[in-house]
Design a protein around this ligand. Structure first.
Ligand SMILES: *[C@@H]1O[C@H](CO)[C@@H](O)[C@H](O)[C@H]1NC(C)=O
Length: 521
């Protein structure tokens, strides 16, 4: 009876609080979708009417989860180039990566996205939303939907803590410890490391704000008609966001000072998916006496595109090991495959990492898979290729449960030495288990934290009081430069006047002296 009463009460509460939420996560990156999906589905599970803009349709969604599905397009298709072998991006300069891939790609993608019939039909409808939840990456024009529907804006990002997010919502930049995410900085706190971080941060801020955002605004004008006047800038909309959910956690990321409306929800995807482990794989995992090494470079970086010499190095090292190796290999065959190596085009990654026989994960340092390995306590050898991968791995190396494998240095001896360092020394595995425990040691898990704060923002009508007042300040005022300038002026004036007085006194003294001297003559 009591339970029934409770259920009815709960149901009633859910109905009362149910809101219309627009969940805008249309960027066609598979790894980002892995991170975003749990939030949208969980909001629906809690009774909200969720409309999601996505490129990844889920089968059998809940009745109150409405998917507007955009056809997947790869950036290089939109940019009119061929799909590059991702290993070649290693040689690309960071500024070129930003300009040519991120920013040109972002404009091309948003242009494509807003022109699709799915989005145009959606915009033409007379929808009402209580909240807009939007991803932050390369689809900034869609922030305008918060203005269109006159609803608070929540931002969510699949990236970890970094300079960019601080700049977005007016959090202190903390450039001495918090890195710009897309540039490898080997020694972040050294003088040169900080100089490089400042340079790249300023470079990116200027190109993002003054070259890229205006292009996104052009797309707003082109595709989102009939906006209520006055139309705010995307920059202002973003600064005014009620909440920023970021994919990090201080137990594994660099701790930093956050405004109350920046919330760390790192790792929400790590145990959310209900993957099934095929029987044959389960048998392999259970029965491999010497442990299993799992190799997967993610969805963008394909092992089968490795140049011949690097591929040979991997094969030769695997051949020397007693372990079973599971290798995500995107082709049907792998010539000279040693008997202890099993290739598949796809593995249920989280299920494999969760298996106690897995002793080492060889990956590329992508944030999603890295967090999955952290969550399940598996040491990592990471071969960073682009974007935030190097910096993700640097934290892991510093924490003592992984090593960075520089792509350009890979040969048989380097690879063997790196893997063997971890396989022959228990300390790495022990550290990984320890970090896994602290990664999960929180008052609420990441997903409950995310939904709590999203609902909090709605309960409190956008929670304006959580936003930093600095959003409306001039940067000179925010940085206290006017006050410092005033104090410096006072100091200079004081020194100047003092010098003048001393000078005058000396002159007077001299004059007296001369007078006396004259008398004495
Ligand atoms: C839920 O959202 C859809 C738009 O995706 C809308 O058509 C429908 O009316 C909404 N339902 C309620 C109960 O508000």
């Amino acid at each position: 009876m009591m339970t029934l009463y409770l259920i009815i009460l709960l149901k009633f509460m859910v109905l009362c609080d149910a809101a219309n939420i627009l969940y805008s996560v249309p960027f066609t990156s598979k790894s980002h979708d892995i991170f975003f999906r749990p939030i949208g589905v969980e909001l629906a599970r809690r009774g909200h009417n969720v409309t999601v803009l996505t490129a990844f349709e889920i089968p059998d969604p809940p009745a109150n989860y409405h998917q507007i599905v955009i056809e997947k397009k790869e950036l290089w298709d939109l940019l009119g180039t061929e799909r590059p072998n991702v290993f070649t991006t290693i040689e690309m300069r960071a500024t070129d990566f930003m300009d040519k891939i991120l920013y040109d790609g972002g404009v091309a993608f948003t242009d494509y996205l807003l022109s699709t019939p799915e989005i145009q039909d959606f915009l033409a409808k007379d929808n009402k939303f209580d909240l807009i939840v939007s991803e932050t990456f390369l689809v900034e024009a869609l922030y305008m939907l918060a203005h269109k529907y006159n609803a608070p804006l929540v931002l969510v990002t699949a990236f970890g803590n970094c300079m960019r997010h601080n700049a977005i919502v007016g959090n202190p930049l903390q450039l001495a410890t918090i890195l710009y995410e897309f540039v490898p900085i080997e020694d972040p706190t050294s003088f040169l490391g900080r100089l490089k971080n400042l340079y790249i941060s300023v470079y990116d801020y200027v190109s993002w704000r003054y070259l890229y955002l205006p292009k996104q605004e052009t797309l707003v004008k082109k595709y989102i008609p009939d906006l209520p006047e006055p139309v705010p800038s995307l920059y202002d909309l973003q600064k005014n966001a009620s909440l920023l959910l970021i994919n990090s956690h201080f137990s594994v990321d660099t701790p930093m000072a956050y405004l109350p409306n920046i919330i760390e929800i790192g790792g929400i995807h790590a145990n959310w998916y209900n993957e099934t482990l095929p029987k044959d794989l389960e048998k392999v995992l259970n029965e491999s006496k010497n442990g299993v090494i799992y190799v997967n470079f993610g969805s963008n970086v394909r092992s089968s595109e490795l140049p011949e010499d690097k591929k040979r190095a991997f094969l030769n090292v695997f051949k020397r090991l007693k372990h079973t190796v599971l290798w995500k290999w995107e082709e049907d065959n792998l010539a000279d495959k040693p008997p202890n190596v099993i290739i598949r085009k796809w593995f249920p990654q989280r299920k494999i990492l969760a298996h106690p026989n897995v002793k080492l994960f060889i990956g590329h340092g992508g944030l999603m898979s890295t967090q999955e390995a952290i969550y399940h306590g598996v040491p990592i050898v990471g071969m960073p290729i682009y974007a935030d991968q190097y910096n993700n791995l640097l934290l892991i190396e510093q924490a003592g449960f992984g090593l960075i494998l520089k792509y350009e240095n890979i040969d048989e001896s380097v690879l063997y030495k790196t893997m063997n360092t971890i396989l022959s020394n228990d300390a790495y595995l022990r550290k990984a288990k320890e970090v896994a425990i602290r990664f999960k040691d929180r008052p609420m898990n990441g997903l409950d934290t995310a939904t709590f704060w999203i609902e909090y923002v709605m309960r409190n009508n956008g929670a304006d009081y959580m936003k930093s007042p600095t959003a409306n300040m001039h940067w000179i005022v925010y940085n206290m430069l006017d006050v410092y300038a005033f104090l410096v002026f006072i100091c200079i004036a004081f020194v100047y006047i003092s010098l003048k007085i001393v000078n005058a006194l000396i002159k007077m003294a001299c004059a007296l002296r001369i007078g006396e001297d004259k008398k004495n003559v």
